[in-house]
Design a protein around this ligand. Structure first.
Ligand SMILES: Cc1cc2nc3c(=O)[nH]c(=O)nc-3n(C[C@H](O)[C@H](O)[C@H](O)COP(=O)(O)O)c2cc1C
Length: 147
């Protein structure tokens, strides 16, 4: 089994996770230090770094960085180059692949695609073999993303 952890500030990411029907741990501001004892995927919205202290506390707890195998980034494409900036930054700093990107609480297609990804991972498929978002495939320009 591959577990899921998610963070949500205004509730959109939580709404998405609920729509997938998948079991997931919610990272909270009151108690971010929760140990993920198995491999997991992190579903994260995108904000400026200073708003992500709870997420950082969670990742720094025990083996939570080590057990993280993939990222699903939520955001808003109106942010252009900064779309899904949190997932992109985590991907680079922790060397973990982004498996999927979506906006707000996701569409029914996003729900289907993410369920499919989690099914493949739980069936033992490597994260490198799971289809990556088209807009990232082989052409992330981080200078452009973070200018
Ligand atoms: C103050 C603020 C900053 C945001 N910054 C970004 C951003 O840099 N990149 C992005 O893709 N979306 C950004 N968003 C959009 C949110 O990531 C998006 O609405 C997301 O679905 C919110 O998830 P949540 O409701 O689970 O917190 C921002 C939203 C707010 C309110």
């Amino acid at each position: 089994m591959v577990a899921i952890a998610f963070y949500s500030i205004t509730g959109q990411t939580k709404k998405f996770v609920v729509k997938t029907g998948l079991k997931a741990h919610e990272i909270t501001d009151d108690f971010p230090q929760h140990e993920m004892k198995e491999k997991y995927v992190l579903i994260t919205p995108s904000y400026q770094d200073f708003m992500m202290d709870s997420l950082v506390d969670f990742l720094n707890y025990k083996d939570n960085k080590k057990n993280l195998i993939g990222l699903i980034g939520c955001g808003n494409r109106n942010f252009n180059d900064l779309f899904a900036q949190t997932a992109k930054k985590l991907s680079v700093t922790l060397k973990v692949p982004i498996l999927y990107l979506l906006e707000f609480s996701g569409t029914s297609t996003d729900v289907k695609n993410v369920r499919n990804i989690m099914e493949k991972l739980s069936g033992g498929k490597d994260t490198q073999k799971v289809e990556k978002p088209k807009e990232l495939r082989g052409k992330i320009s981080f200078l452009s993303d973070y200018r």
